[in-house]
Design a protein around this ligand. Structure first.
Ligand code: ADP
Length: 804
């Protein structure tokens, strides 16, 4: 036990007297003296030998002293200190003691007694301090425990009386209770701090108004504050929690009660966490807050667990509400529905209210109560039941198929059953359709493969950016050489010598989706893979192929090797050309001799006429007629060559077309005895055209009319004007021309076939040449006819031909 010396300048709350200066005992005019004198003093005066003033003075003083002596709450005694020869104080005797003495010490009637008698085994320390005061005259205040008395005292000692008397006044208070309280408080505060320190993640001390943080130990959890700081709010507290925290602080300060709050803090590593913070106000003797001692615990984990729980609960609920599966929750014991989601209500047409409290068999899941019970028992036993395809009838009688899965699980310490019900009606239907479609696809695929293999066409499939051969049928393989490897090879690897122009065509198809088709493409390649290049003619179709995103991604080739046909055609063309050349030459060569024959025949005819040899005249006239026929054939052949070569030249002039028509008809009248040619001419302007060629046209049309209407007697010819054109109509009433032949008659060598028709001479060139002449004039030719009813040929010519 240590002795605490208390600074004499520090007043204590315990003693009224202690607040009075020691001079009270020597100063007569003190205010206290007056105050005390006015009080009703019933103090009993006992032996007192302090000094010897005059009687009255002494009496007054004694009374005053006595009053004071007994009116105070503190224990008060005058003691004589006893010294050894060595000068060491060893005991003291109580000379005076007030009433409070007993209260504070528990000692009755102490006056006149030795301390060592009153308190056997009492502490020497008291004697020592009293001795010092006697010797030095300096008053002392101290707190001291007397183990022997089992009490704590707050003591003020002052020398009184003469020095030689060795007397001191002792004013004291029993502070045992306060000391105990203090010890208790200290103990509990130490314990609290210890506990808090041990159990908290963060410890802090705040100024009474919380404006300043005195210190904070963050334990590597949040940053320490070692020096007082007023920036703690911004430093530690999440901005969203600052306002709420200030409100809580204000409340705590006002009520001087514990501050407590769960809030977010900034961790040392920059992350955010949750903390539970508490602070107790530390108050002084007067109940004033001296500081706040706080501790905080990291509750981040708990918060995140709580958040997770909350989130998962919210998620579950959301799932439950929005699930596209029906969900039913059942009580394990009663087997009754306790919850149902909206989907199941809709699926089986029961409202949630209707479902609650029902068992599964009541809403159609099991046949009857018994079956329901068996299923539930199975579920209880195994914890799980599943029906992959359960037929179900909804309340409205609709038949559906469901997948039914049921689990038993624990929820808040209690077992529940969750049933998930999925409508698989559509899925089943789709599955069936899919299987069907799969079989169909498979069959189609097989058929296609067979077709691909057996087809006489040459087929290959190339895919991807590198144009890799995916398929090539036997024909294709034959085309490019059976020894050539194709499948799996990119086009340019399989055919390193492929022509760039062909490669471009193929790439355009495969990459840009441009379909390519051609009839006769010469392709030069090392076709047989034997190092020799030569040309083959292919007719081909390159069809683009597309990927799943509809992007061109390859091609399918359908080729046909037409090299042989091309070869044959070329041979035929060559032969035809030789024939044409021969005809052209022959017609040219025949014209002169035939003209001579006609001249000689005409001379003969004139002579026979002169001689009156009618029979010979007739024969020669027939000869002339045939020569004319021959001549026109030769002329046609000659013209044909010209038309074909585009060398039929026109020499236009202005002339009267009507006159030309009349002229030709006049000539033609002699060639037929049977037909009457009726002419109807409209007033038309002079035209600008090749007169000779148009004569040839009129002759040709009239000749045909006569030739192909042997049984008719009439032919109508008319000219007409329409706008800037004139027209010529030649109508006969003969065989007519079948519809199908009407466009063909203007083509080269075409002649309508038929029994009678074959007998009429001709090469099938007349209308071909006629049409060419008309076209060259910028005009047109058409025929109106039906078989057996005659034909009308109409040519239209511009008044003024345009020279092309
Ligand atoms: P062709 O020398 O055979 O007469 P054309 O070119 O003049 O040659 O006529 C072609 C074919 O048109 C004839 O063979 C004939 O069958 C048919 N044809 C031409 N004109 C007539 C017509 N007025 N009536 C019936 N058929 C005609």
């Amino acid at each position: 036990m240590s002795t605490k010396k208390i600074n004499k300048k520090t007043p204590t709350k315990h003693s009224l007297v202690s607040k009075l200066p020691p001079s009270i005992f020597t100063n007569d005019k003190s205010p206290l003296k007056k105050k005390l004198l006015n009080k009703s003093v019933r103090a009993k005066v006992t032996t007192f030998s302090v000094c010897e003033p005059i009687e009255a003075e002494f009496k007054e003083r004694r009374e005053l002293y006595r009053s004071l002596f007994n009116s105070i709450d503190e224990g008060f005694s005058i003691v004589e200190v006893l010294f050894k020869k060595t000068g060491k104080a060893y005991d003291h005797r109580i000379l005076e003691a007030n009433d409070a003495f007993t209260k504070h010490t528990g000692i009755k009637n102490p006056v006149g007694k030795m301390s060592s008698d009153l308190v056997p085994g009492g502490e020497q320390i008291f004697n020592e301090i009293y001795g010092q005061v006697v010797k030095t005259g300096t008053p002392q205040r101290f707190e001291q425990k007397s183990v022997a008395m089992g009490r704590w005292f707050n003591i003020f000692v002052s020398r009184v009386g003469e020095v030689s008397k060795n007397t001191v006044a002792v004013i004291f208070t029993d502070i045992t209770k306060t000391k105990l309280d203090e010890a208790k408080i200290q103990h509990s505060e130490t314990r609290y701090r210890g506990f808090v320190t041990a159990s908290s993640d963060v410890i802090y001390r705040m100024s009474p108004d919380w404006l300043e943080m005195h210190e904070l130990y963050g334990r590597e959890y949040i940053a320490d504050t070692k020096k007082p700081s007023s920036k703690w709010l911004q430093k530690y507290i999440h901005k969203d929690d600052q306002e709420g925290m200030l409100i809580e602080i204000k409340k705590a300060i006002k009520s001087k009660s514990i501050f407590q709050m769960e809030h977010r803090v900034k961790h040392i590593d920059g992350t955010l966490g949750w903390t539970f913070s508490r602070a107790v106000p530390i108050v002084d003797a007067e109940g004033k807050i001296t500081e706040w001692f706080g501790a905080a615990t990291d509750v981040t984990e708990r918060r995140s667990t709580e958040d997770m729980l909350h989130t998962s609960e919210t998620r579950y609920r959301r799932l439950f509400e929005t699930a596209k599966d029906g969900i039913l929750i059942l009580d394990v014991d009663s087997r009754k529905i306790t919850d149902a989601n909206p989907f199941i209500s809709e699926l089986i047409s029961y409202s949630k209210e209707e479902l609650l409290g029902k068992e599964l068999w009541e809403i159609g899941f099991f046949r009857d109560k018994k079956e329901n019970k068996v299923a539930m028992q199975e579920l209880q036993r195994v914890g799980y039941i599943r029906y992959n395809d359960l037929p179900l009838k909804t309340r409205k009688g609709k038949k559906i198929d469901v997948e039914f899965v049921s689990n038993k699980y624990r929820e808040n310490g209690h077992f529940v059953i969750q049933c998930n019900i999925r409508d698989i009606t559509l899925r089943k239907k789709e599955q069936a359709e899919l299987t069907e479609a799969k079989i169909e696809t498979q069959t189609t695929k097989e058929n296609l493969n067979r077709l691909f293999k057996c087809a006489s066409a040459i087929i290959a499939v190339l895919k991807g950016p590198e144009l890799v051969f995916e398929m090539a049928n036997l024909q294709y393989q034959k085309l490019v050489g059976l020894n050539r490897e194709l499948i799996g090879l990119p086009l340019e690897v399989a055919f390193p010598d492929i022509e760039p122009s062909l490669l471009k065509i193929i790439k355009d198809v495969a990459e840009k989706g441009i379909r390519f088709e051609t009839n006769e493409l010469p392709i030069e390649l090392d076709w047989n893979n034997d190092g020799k290049r030569y040309t083959k003619f292919l007719s081909l179709v390159y069809e683009p192929l597309y990927d799943s995103k509809k992007k061109p991604n390859g091609l399918m080739c359908f080729d046909n090797d037409i090299s042989e046909q091309v070869e044959n055609r070329k041979k035929l063309e060559e032969a035809a050309r030789t024939k044409e050349e021969f005809l052209s030459m022959a017609s040219h060569e025949m014209r002169t001799p035939v003209t001579s024959i006609k001249s000689y025949a005409q001379v003969l005819e004139a002579r026979f006429k002169k001689d009156g040899d009618e029979a010979s005249v007739h024969m020669v006239s027939k000869l002339v007629e045939q020569v004319d026929n021959l001549n026109s054939l030769i002329k046609d052949l000659f013209d044909d060559t010209k038309v074909k070569e585009g060398k039929l030249d026109l020499h236009p002039q202005y002339f009267d077309f009507n006159s030309l028509v009349s002229e030709v008809i006049e000539e033609m009248r002699h060639t037929t005895e049977k037909h009457k040619i009726k002419l109807k001419l409209e007033d038309i302007p002079n035209i600008y055209a090749d007169k000779q060629r148009l004569r040839q046209v009129i002759v040709n049309l009239l000749t045909n009319s006569i030739k192909y209407s042997p049984d008719a007697t009439r032919i109508n010819v008319a000219t007409r004007k329409s706008g800037k054109s004139i027209a010529l109509h030649v109508q006969d009433f003969g065989f007519g021309i079948p519809k199908a032949a009407q466009t063909k008659i203007f083509t080269r060598f075409y002649r309508v076939q038929g029994k009678e028709l074959d007998t009429y001479p001709g090469l099938g060139l007349g209308l071909y040449i006629t049409a060419d002449i008309v076209k060259k004039h910028g005009g047109s030719i058409e025929v109106k006819s039906s078989a057996g009813k005659g034909a009308t040929f109409i040519i239209t010519l511009p008044v003024k031909m345009k020279i092309v």
